[in-house]
Design a binder for this molecule. Sequence first.
Ligand code: SAH
Ligand code: SF4
Length: 356
Amino acid sequence: MTLKTLMPDKIPLLDLTYDQLKRLLTSWGEPAYRADQIWRWLYRSLATDFQEMTNLPKGLRERLAEATCLRTMKPLEKQVSADGLTRKVLFALRDDHTIESVLMHYERRHTVCISTQVGCALGCVFCATGQSGLVRNLTAGEIVEQVLYFARSLKSEDEQITNVVFMGMGEPLANYEATWQAIETLTHDDGFNLGARRITVSTVGLVPGIRRLAGEGKQIGLAVSLHAPTDELRDELIPINRRYPLTQLMAACRHYVERTGRRISFEYALIQGVNDSPEQARQLAHLADGLLCRANWHVNLIPLNPVTESPYQPSSQDRILSFQAELNRSKVSNTLRVERGVDIRAGCGQLRSQRM
Ligand code: SAH
Ligand code: SF4
């Protein structure tokens, strides 16, 4: 039985903004403060059943249960990496499409990596998600629900989510409205109350979306998937670069830094013989010159994660280290990322919308 047949036509509560929830309750003749109570049950107490909402009258709980639903996705498969630090869950959505989300433990951090779309339309050549095209956008509720799922499971271990990264399946800025609504819900101080600085949105470089995000007035972290230091190579690896080439992208990054005061992370997946030469490291070091002061950007080096049926291979350790040495010589702040969960295909770019 699918989730849809379990709850036909019910309003998914997580899809509602705070104001929409208030309007729903007042349209039912309830006082507005009921919306505050329900909002807290959803995002503070992480309730999974209306019966838990003990400060609501029984009649209201029954009406909520009849007309609305708390959950719209169910976990189909759970995998834990060999080191126990990464958990990946495959969820079935109401229409039976599937998405993956990942929880990573790192020292005292519990970071959840969430998806914003089923598939992705942008077709970057090295990315598993991009290979099947876009199926559909997720709703704001479906984005938030991924976070709540892991928050509930951490709560049972007396822990909580410390960071949320929009680095799962899909391009968050291509599903801007839902992504932004999800961010507003997660940062709402009467509810989940996650600090904006603990959220990172990763984008392939959709310039209008970066500018729009800059204008929202929250200090959301921005990661830009760069992967190539020249338009010539980036056009090949990331087709959308033809629409938003590097000069436009760098100008949008500068705008983002100026408006938010946050530095930008540039993601750079090292691909053997493609983008990993010392000369390319020097080009990368000079890419943002004149636009961004070096203190305002940081490069995350990621050895490419293997993707089935892809001709691209991760760079060898030697090439990675000489690329990094070149960045260091140019005084570009950088980190060589230790990828997590690659054994369960939970690494960057390895998420898919199908059972394997
Ligand atoms: N669409 C967004 C966010 C999802 S992808 C974006 O592209 O930024 C999350 C990150 O994984 C991006 O930095 C993406 O470039 C990177 N990525 C994709 N395929 C990868 C692979 N095979 N190995 C390493 N990183 C990869
Ligand atoms: Fe889409 Fe990001 Fe994958 Fe590119 S890297 S195909 S933008 S999910």
